[in-house]
Design a protein around this ligand. Structure first.
Ligand code: SF4
Length: 297
């Protein structure tokens, strides 16, 4: 909170520094930005059924809140990976919000789907937690978003700038398909279109928005985040941002410009069905089933 500085619009006390805005004008600015992104990239319309991937954290809860407030037809979908002392609390936040606001929700768990929680898998195997978590989460989100028109996620500008850099460093150019306000442009019954209405919102803006709207998400982080490569990239980018505040925006603008010029979108013929589970897969067996095989050995 800024305190003594005044809003650049109405001269009330400012709650946000850049741009300098009071509570009322910050909320207006933030929601306009989100609606602008939705409109510019044709992410969702109000007639479509949108499922929102919700973790109970500030990003996904703010997304559920703003889409619900603006009249979109939303359902929350949460994945319980089974991470002790972390996930229970965030799921509780999500359930309370949905019950209070009449938003339908569904929770699906690693334990029920794969027979083990993420914690149990980590005791038995030496995989990086985020690698296993990412593959299984994506699998479940795709599986349980079927029947909806669109899957909205709370990825923000910071997440995207980090992902672009990570993929460049690892030379995972094929993963660029997952980036951008719409992941891939493929129309397929095997995949639900994924959209990111917070694409141009910074983590700081979302944090302030969730606080001003009393979303009570807390600020606890997954205990596995310390093992994530992303954490190192996040720290580097945050450090550079102190001297060059526009760096994250510049990275995503550079990415979008190049994505437009060289469209790497998947095509229907690139996607077949997994030999084991029948879900979408680019090869014979999907990544989730391949992991399951390894884990059950
Ligand atoms: Fe999963 Fe890693 Fe995120 Fe934790 S930090 S929720 S393990 S991806």
């Amino acid at each position: 909170m800024v305190g003594r500085l005044n809003c650049s619009v109405c001269k009330k006390n400012a709650v946000f520094l850049s741009p300098l805005l009071c509570k009322e004008h910050f909320i207006y600015y933030f929601e306009k930005k989100v609606e602008g992104t939705i409109k510019k990239f044709g992410l969702i319309n109000k007639k479509e059924r949108a499922v929102v991937a919700v973790s109970g954290g500030k990003d996904s809860m703010s997304l559920l809140y703003v889409l619900n407030k603006k009249g979109y037809n939303v359902t929350a979908l949460a994945i319980d990976e089974g991470i002790a002392d972390y996930r229970e609390e965030t799921l509780e936040t999500m359930k309370k919000f949905c019950t209070k606001n009449g938003v339908p929700y569904r929770v699906v768990s690693f334990k029920k789907e794969f027979g083990k929680t993420l914690d149990e898998i980590m005791i038995l195997h030496k995989e990086r937690p985020c690698s296993v978590c990412g593959v299984f989460r994506r699998y479940l989100l795709n599986k349980y978003s079927k029947g909806f028109d669109v899957l909205a996620t709370g990825h923000n500008m910071d997440d995207e700038a980090q992902a672009i850099l990570m993929n460049l460093i690892k030379t995972n150019i094929s993963l660029f398909n997952r980036l951008g306000p719409v992941s891939g442009k493929m129309k397929s019954k095997k995949f639900t279109r994924r959209v990111k209405p917070f694409y141009f919102c910074s983590e700081k803006e979302i944090m302030v928005y969730s606080f001003l709207n009393n979303l009570n998400t807390g600020f606890n982080e997954c205990p596995n985040v310390e093992f994530a490569f992303r954490l190192r990239i996040r720290d580097i980018l945050n450090q550079i941002s102190t001297k060059k505040p526009e760096i994250k925006r510049k990275i995503i603008d550079w990415f979008l410009k190049n994505k437009e010029e060289k469209d790497n979108s998947l095509h229907e013929e690139d996607v077949s069905e997994c030999d084991t589970c029948g879900e979408a897969s680019a090869k014979g067996i999907c990544s989730a089933c391949a992991f399951m095989k390894k884990i059950n050995k």
